[in-house]
Design a protein around this ligand. Structure first.
Ligand code: SAM
Length: 285
């Protein structure tokens, strides 16, 4: 019998991946967690039916989520990751020699434990790395309780449902602004321009209400809805289009997606995506 794991990307669109084994399946205190073995994408984790990470393409999302803000800020030392329980974002952040302290705040401890077991390459920085401090807590509360402490904050959240819903609001982005230092940078994953334009407009508008520099960038993640994914960056001072990633990239070792050219190209938006941003800017006036 053929086994496929299917993600309902929209009511009218699904993505199914052939699955050879269900490695883990549980209902945690927050969400349904499934980890499967697939012949084409390696191991893959889904939360509440949404694909979160898989061995074969996770580097795209994690490299673009980490290196764009960290090579835009001239000297980031303290970084906060909200969500990111699979550990991939922490792995990329910890590559930066100048980064001294990383707090990873994940609401669901079961995600961390399962990823350590089933995705050791992705979760490598979650145990034994002196820079990385893992906390099982709600990121919304954590951000409220920390003032002017971080140079970079990365929101590596799941979808805007359940525990992740509050991570896409203007109030949350305003509290992130307060927990950043005077020249801090925020990056948030903001879903797909093809099927989540409403999420992008809301998040972009919310970030722009607090941050003088707000920009959207994209990357290609095959197992995410439509394969085209977005991040929204909010910055108090440094513009990613004026960054000099070439100067510091050598220290990061081998990268498989992010390059200095990709850094700038990612902000060059196709017309229909630029229109979504323009609508958000218009609505926010
Ligand atoms: N890259 C994935 C994506 O874009 O869909 C996200 C991966 S990461 C596993 C997402 C994590 O965010 C989940 O483990 C989820 O438990 C966590 N999360 C959701 N809401 C949260 C909150 N309020 N505070 C902290 N972590 C949260």
């Amino acid at each position: 019998m053929e086994l496929f794991l299917t993600e309902n990307q929209t009511d009218d669109m699904r993505l199914s991946v052939r699955t050879t084994r269900v490695l883990h399946h549980e209902q945690t205190a927050y969400q349904e967690l499934v980890i499967v073995e697939t012949p084409q994408w390696g191991r893959l984790m889904a939360l509440d039916g949404f694909f979160q990470t898989c061995d074969r393409d996770e580097f795209v999302y994690h490299e673009m989520g980490a290196h764009v803000p960290l090579l835009t800020h001239p000297d980031p030392k303290r970084v906060l990751i909200v969500g990111g329980g699979d550990g991939g974002m922490a792995r990329e952040v910890a590559r930066h020699p100048g980064v001294e302290h990383v707090d990873l705040v994940e609401i669901d401890g079961r995600v961390i434990e399962c990823c350590k077991t089933y995705f050791p390459q992705i979760a490598v920085a979650l145990s034994g790395n002196p820079k990385v401090h893992v906390h099982v807590a709600d990121g919304i509360q954590w951000v409220r309780e920390h003032e002017a402490e971080y140079d970079v904050v990365i929101i590596d959240s799941s979808e805007p449902i359940g525990p992740g819903e509050g991570l896409f609001t203007a109030d949350f982005y305003a509290s992130v602004y307060r927990c950043l230092t005077g020249d801090g940078i925020l990056v948030a994953q903001t879903e797909s321009p093809w099927v989540n334009a409403d999420v992008i407009r809301r998040a972009y508008r919310g970030i722009r209400q607090s941050f003088p520099i707000t920009r959207l960038y994209t990357c290609a993640v095959p197992t995410y809805p439509t394969g085209l994914w977005s991040f929204t960056l909010g910055s108090k001072k440094y513009d990613p289009l004026e960054a000099d990633p070439e100067a510091r990239i050598a220290a990061l070792g081998r990268l498989r997606y992010y390059t200095p050219d990709i850094h700038f190209a990612a902000f060059q938006l196709p017309g229909f995506v630029a229109e979504i941003v323009a609508e958000a800017e218009e609505e926010g006036r």
